[in-house]
Design a protein around this ligand. Structure first.
Ligand SMILES: C[S@@+](CC[C@H](N)C(=O)[O-])C[C@H]1O[C@@H](n2cnc3c(N)ncnc32)[C@H](O)[C@@H]1O
Length: 304
């Protein structure tokens, strides 16, 4: 199975792709649009302010910068809708009918991403809650922590929503016809007995994977591999990640024996991905789906 990577702005790159090139999209875009803008990335690289909060050291361990979406203005939130609608419109023709598109988002922004992609012609098909503890939220009022010890300004996050969409089936085709014609239109089961559940136990990206690819939001192979498998019901097809980052999705698809294509705008991250993909594809990842039913996710015990 092969993969290709491209250093490009995915909007322009997608506009140049032939119709019906891809069978699924698995991607983790810049959630708020501005978080991966050149200005904000520059600030993050220099450790100064902006949307990327540089967390305090805890117990001597240095923690990675986290984007905070509570600082977005109303206008910036409107731009999120616009950005994802434009993206959906340029993406749509490149997919075969019945392709699924799975997009990571954030609880504060997901409604805008959902509406934008519906308005771009996709059917909304639900969401997968990735359970993990990102150590975000739940803080006491800044500067008055001792005065208000029993108060939290926001909820503590313990999940990340991944929105699922489908490009409409071709013409009047039924799912079975679409599967036969294009190999898409449905999702793959975990096994004959079990369909995929919409809550998925997950973990923070293991250090071994972060050491391979230095990217601020690299996702774990234990998450991306089952998601890649889910999106190709017949076990073959091309998976696209237009916001490739470290190349973790391309690596996950490749490790599962699928063809994959990744696109990345930032030259530095692109270089990281090219180096990292073979090594990420080779790592041993935890298999949360292999847990027996009685050990399946309990939101109160999401893995770290
Ligand atoms: C949230 S990160 C993806 C992380 C990735 N899933 C991983 O596991 O490493 C989003 C990436 O999209 C890239 N990006 C932002 N705008 C883009 C665009 N218009 N075209 C292609 N890539 C873009 C950013 O530079 C960033 O690396």
């Amino acid at each position: 199975m092969t993969y290709t990577t491209h250093l490009a702005n995915c909007f322009e790159w997608l506009a140049a792709q032939p119709e019906h090139s891809f069978h699924a999209v698995l991607t983790d875009p810049p959630y708020s649009v501005v978080d991966f803008s050149p200005t904000e990335i520059e600030k993050m690289r220099h450790g100064v302010g902006g949307i990327w909060r540089i967390p305090m050291e805890i117990g001597g361990s240095v923690r990675r910068p986290q984007p905070r979406f509570t600082v977005l203005t109303t206008e910036q939130k409107r731009q999120v809708y616009q950005y994802f609608r434009d993206w959906g419109q340029v993406l749509n023709p490149t997919l075969v009918p019945g392709s699924h598109v799975l997009v990571a988002t954030n609880v504060l922004l997901s409604s805008r991403v959902q509406t934008a992609l519906e308005d771009a012609g996709f059917e909304y098909r639900g969401q997968i809650l990735r359970l993990y503890r990102p150590f975000r939220g739940g803080d006491r009022p800044k500067g008055a922590e001792e005065q208000y010890p029993d108060v939290a300004v926001t909820l503590r996050g313990a999940h990340e929503p991944w929105l699922l969409f489908r490009k409409p089936l071709a013409g009047k085709l039924r799912v079975s016809d679409n599967l036969a014609r294009w190999g898409t239109g449905a999702l793959r089961r975990i096994n004959r007995e079990k369909p995929f559940v919409d809550v998925l136990q997950s973990e923070k990206t293991p250090k071994a994977e972060r050491d391979i690819a230095d990217h601020p939001t690299i996702k774990p192979q234990s998450l991306l591999r089952p998601l890649a498998r889910l999106l190709l019901p017949m076990g073959h097809g091309v998976i696209l990640d237009p916001f490739m980052g470290s190349g973790a999705t391309v690596a996950a698809a490749h490790s599962q024996g699928f063809d994959a294509v990744g696109v990345e705008l930032d030259e530095h991250f692109y270089g990281v991905a090219v180096q990292a993909i073979p090594a990420l594809a080779a790592v041993q990842a935890r298999d949360f789906l292999a847990l027996p039913d009685e050990e399946q996710p309990n939101p109160l015990q999401a893995a770290d």
